[in-house]
Design a protein around this ligand. Structure first.
Ligand SMILES: *Cc1c(COP(=O)(O)O)cnc(C)c1O
Length: 414
């Protein structure tokens, strides 16, 4: 068989952003005009309408009784969090700093929850004062919260974050099963629940989060079912009825060639079955799923300008004004084992064929500063605009922005 005739897997089309003539449109605005409006490159732009549409589509695919939380560490830009807070039922925070942004957004404190393996005393005190739900992840946190309750006279609302006794198959980043710093091992949970009862904390439920960036519906279905069954078992030792059952999320989005959008139909059907069973066996429980990347990832782009076009021994390099210091994930250095290209385009040459194989590199003095490796793109010159899609999650705040003291990025919600 001739290897050259075999089709290389392609990126799934990034048709959430339309184009008009030669320009990509963001929130209906042609890209060059948006660059003028922002006042500089590089920047991240997030499309408000795409965020709104995503939540609506997800709600349509899931049973109405399931509550939807936004895990804001995926994109903590205050304007994005405020927009999301109006669309979802609650916000999940992972630090005291995120809690402040979530409270500013107007989210109902009753529907904010806080998870993270190393919560400081001051953060726990912030959480109690705000009246949010704290996902307990250690015996130390029980003792600290008991002291805070005594000192403030305020109730401490808690759920137990469980490290399940299984793993999420097919997950890009495993966060449960085996030895983990997250949550409390399922085997230790009955003892922890007894401590919570003795300390007089207000027990409200369980939180299980098995992993991130999963594109296999059958694996998500299996994890949610196993999480539910584990919660039913653990509820037998609980000091109070379960009011919140957070089954995590981990829904992935397509980044790399050959990856497809997640099919939600079996996940929705499974959650409907779980909700029906919970109605009988856990009648006070509100079932929650929490998603970060899935809600915001596809609504964002990173825009960087070509500074130089160099040919080295026959290979074209487009040197751009942004790089791994702004977009670590696209460089392949944030959790990827084998580097693969994000979907990339030349945003002011959308009408031209992807006729040239090039590498897009940043200005940093390291070969790791690679945004696209030998990718077919439209012919580009200095001044043209390189756009990286699927950049709405784990972009700006997941990047080492101080590295090499380059100018900082901007972020806009359009
Ligand atoms: C990071 C995280 C999330 C969000 O994960 P995504 O893959 O972005 O959806 C949800 N819950 C917890 C506890 C997390 O740590």
């Amino acid at each position: 068989m001739n290897m050259n005739t075999r089709e290389k897997p392609a990126h799934t089309p990034m048709d959430q952003f339309p184009s008009a003539g030669r320009e990509l449109l963001v929130g209906g605005i042609p890209l060059e005009r948006l660059v003028d409006r922002v006042g500089q490159t590089p920047f991240y732009a997030y499309d408000r309408e795409l965020l709104t549409r995503r939540v609506a589509e997800l709600r349509a695919a899931l049973p109405a009784s399931i509550k939807l939380h936004y895990a804001m560490k995926a994109n903590p830009m205050p304007a994005v969090v405020s927009h999301m807070a109006r669309l979802v039922d609650g916000i999940d925070v992972a630090s005291g700093g995120e809690l402040r942004v979530a409270l500013d957004s107007g989210a109902d404190p009753h529907e904010i929850s806080f998870a993270g393996p190393g919560k400081r005393h001051a953060e726990l005190r912030q959480a109690v004062a705000a009246g949010i739900l704290i996902n307990i992840e250690s015996f130390r946190e029980v003792a600290e919260l008991a002291a805070i309750r005594q000192a403030t006279g305020l109730p401490a609302r808690v759920a137990v974050r469980v490290n399940p006794d299984f793993e999420l198959k097919g997950s890009g980043m495993k966060m449960g099963g085996g030895p983990k710093q997250f949550g409390v091992d399922a085997e230790q949970v009955p003892e922890l629940l007894a401590e919570i009862g003795k300390a007089g904390l207000a027990f409200e439920g369980f939180h299980l989060f098995a992993g991130s960036q999963n594109l296999r519906p059958e694996a998500i279905v299996e994890a949610q079912r196993k999480c539910f069954e584990l919660a039913l078992r653990l509820a037998e030792s609980a000091p109070a009825p379960v009011k919140f059952l957070n089954l995590g999320g981990g829904f992935g989005i397509p980044y790399f060639p050959g990856e497809q959008h997640l099919d939600l139909s079996s996940i929705g059907a499974n959650l409907a079955a779980i909700a029906a069973e919970a109605g009988e066996k856990m009648p006070h429980a509100q079932i929650v799923i929490e998603l970060g990347r899935y809600l915001v990832g596809e609504a964002g782009i990173y825009v960087t300008k070509v500074l130089d076009r160099k040919v080295s021994r026959g290979h074209v390099f487009l040197v751009v004004d942004g790089g791994l210091h702004h977009h670590l994930s696209a460089s392949g250095n944030f959790g990827q084992v084998i580097r693969k290209n994000y979907p990339v385009t030349i945003g002011n040459r959308m009408d031209q064929p992807a006729a040239e194989s090039v590498s897009v590199v940043g200005p940093l003095c390291t070969p790791l500063d690679l945004l696209a490796d030998k990718m077919n793109l439209a012919h580009a010159e200095p001044g043209d605009l390189v756009v990286i899609f699927q950049s709405g999650a784990y972009g700006a705040t997941a990047s080492p922005r101080g590295f090499l003291s380059q100018p900082d990025l901007l972020e806009v919600l359009v």
